[in-house]
Design a protein around this ligand. Sequence first.
Ligand SMILES: Nc1ncnc2c1ncn2[C@@H]1O[C@H](COP(=O)(O)OP(=O)(O)OP(=O)(O)O)[C@@H](O)[C@H]1O
Ligand SMILES: [Mg+2]
Length: 263
Amino acid sequence: MPTLTKPKEHNRERPVVFMENVSKIYPNGKTAVQNVSLEIEEGEFISFVGPSGCGKSTIFNMISGIIEHSVGKLEILGTTPTLARQQSTDVSFVFQEPTLLPWRSVLDNVMLPLEFRNVTKQEKLEKAHHVLKMVGLSEYTKALPRELSGGMKMRVSIARALVSKPKLLLMDEPFGALDEITRQNLQSELLRIWETEKMTVLFITHNVFEAVYLSTKIAVMTPSPGKVESVVEVPLPFPRNEDFRTSHQFSDIAAKVSQDLKF
Ligand SMILES: Nc1ncnc2c1ncn2[C@@H]1O[C@H](COP(=O)(O)OP(=O)(O)OP(=O)(O)O)[C@@H](O)[C@H]1O
Ligand SMILES: [Mg+2]
């Protein structure tokens, strides 16, 4: 069974995500995910690729505690997903649609996750300005969402997810609705942020090239029922410049992922 486990001699106490034979059976009897075992360590960037309906979002929803798993063992940062969600800001989510509040400014949207936290107004402002700078939107703090392009809205959404300094960032097809140039720019920005913030990122995409460019490892999923078919390593250093996208290594790994997808 494929896992993301490192060799045994590597002694870790608490993986960021620990899944052992996890299955999800929805109340209507549909087995969406079957027997998935993954161990994801701190600082990894793992992409999940697989055809529509193979259970990618289901896995993310279980990890984030939005839904419960049916069978197996699932721990996030050493605790249950529900407790991780309720008791800390360690886990953040970015969806395909930016889901911004239309009546709030960019700054106020980004401060939203800090609203009910024990943080002074001054700290909230500082944190929000900091993450907006990271995503290149310092000039747009007062703008309303309708005044922004699709790529800028996604940047706000990423800033909002980063403002609580999560240890684990889950991104469910965040760049799926963007044009290719905006998408590539945001990929580079995301990698730069990932490298400086040193968080763990789990990223869903249909795009094999996007997965290879971004990831340390790629979990390839197959449907009916949803399984992790293989874990493909991308053993190439960061920062990855634009030349990487046209290298032989890049196309070799993309070919391997595509082959596993057709399993
Ligand atoms: N609440 C639900 N009740 C019953 N079945 C569900 C529910 N949510 C999802 N499913 C089913 O579980 C399977 C996996 O769905 P999921 O949304 O996880 O797929 P996905 O890989 O994220 O697909 P996509 O790439 O289209 O987003 C699908 O067959 C779907 O119909
Ligand atoms: Mg999905």
